[in-house]
Design a protein around this ligand. Structure first.
Ligand SMILES: CC(C)(COP(=O)(O)OP(=O)(O)OC[C@H]1O[C@@H](n2cnc3c(N)ncnc32)[C@H](O)[C@@H]1OP(=O)(O)O)[C@@H](O)C(=O)NCCC(=O)NCCS
Length: 279
């Protein structure tokens, strides 16, 4: 019989085993973040004391995310992935979450549709090499966090200040803001993945020239390194910036929603997602 248990810090080796296998570039730092913000919302499926798969949730209150669904290859196709997903959905629904979202790889989309998720849009992926550019964006300061969190909530439609603060503390040199007459018009944050720098959230007023300059600010910190960006397909300007800079597209994921899909982020402001597993 399949049983489920809450993931614990001691499950790090199993998490890294699964993540290295699927090559999503997750690090022990990601595990720390996942458990810190969701200490009772990440689950392992086991049978006869053998760990078979995992799923993680990130709950912002009204909106939540499901990510990191992986089952050991030798036990796939037996319903374990679906059972893990249902366990995660039940957990989030019991907490009062109104909308559950995910970025699904194309092979897993039929599974998510069967579980009640509805298609929203393509979530694009690009990587490129960081090159140096002139930019006038300002390094983010601790006193900017109020304004950044406020703009982020307007765009994301839920409060992720705790996540913003966490990443700011870890990578302050990868966080920038853009201002116009003392008004925050954009900001960018980034973090280190296993082999690249992952952009996001990257937020700016629609069509504002600061969007491109914010990206430059991060690239200038990592010249020669690989940069990863996830973008909602509705943000055409982000795609145009990335193409102009020679970024290459990778297979897209499908953004899907379970529950109240009317609570959705403003894609015109969203140049870069916070992350495929957490929005
Ligand atoms: C997705 C995954 C967790 C499903 O686990 P599972 O235990 O095989 O799932 P179930 O037996 O409940 O359901 C099988 C469904 O998984 C999906 N699936 C099958 N192969 C897959 C693959 N290589 N990658 C992703 N999804 C796959 C299909 O929708 C399949 O449905 P089908 O039977 O109609 O073809 C598993 O295939 C996996 O670990 N894949 C690699 C990691 C991954 O892609 N995770 C999803 C990220 S969004």
């Amino acid at each position: 019989m399949i049983t489920f248990r809450v993931m614990k810090p001691t499950d790090l080796p199993f998490f890294m085993h699964l993540m290295d296998m699927v090559g999503w570039g997750m690090t022990p730092q990601d595990y720390d973040r996942i458990l810190r913000f969701s200490p009772t919302g990440c689950f392992i499926a086991s049978e006869n004391n053998q760990d078979l798969g995992m799923v993680a949730t990130t709950n912002y209150g009204t909106i939540a995310w499901i990510g990191n669904l992986v089952v050991q290859p030798e036990t796939r196709g037996k319903g374990i992935g679906a059972a893990l997903m249902q366990h995660a959905i039940d957990h989030l629904v019991s907490k009062g979450t109104k909308a559950i979202r995910l970025d699904g790889v194309q092979a897993a989309v039929p599974l998510y549709r069967r579980l009640g998720f509805k298609d929203e849009y393509w979530s694009l992926r690009h990587t490129g090499t960081a090159t140096h550019h002139t930019t006038d964006c300002t390094p983010m300061k601790p006193e900017d966090l109020d304004a950044v969190s406020k703009l982020d909530k307007q765009v994301f439609k839920d409060d992720r200040r705790h996540v913003i603060e966490y990443f700011y503390e870890l990578y302050p040199e990868l966080c920038y803001t853009a201002w116009e007459n003392d008004k925050l018009v954009g900001y960018i944050m980034a973090k280190e993945g296993a082999s690249n720098t992952k952009i996001g959230p990257w937020v700016a007023e629609p069509g504002h020239p600061c969007a491109e300059k914010l990206l430059y600010s991060v690239m200038n910190q990592r010249v020669g390194g690989e940069i990863w960006v996830g973008t909602p397909e509705g943000n055409k300007l982000s795609v145009a910036i990335l193409e102009k800079l020679g970024f290459v597209p990778h297979p897209s994921s499908l953004r899907m929603c379970y529950g109240d899909s009317s609570i959705r982020e403003n894609v015109e402001y969203t140049y870069g997602l916070g992350g495929p597993d957490k929005g």
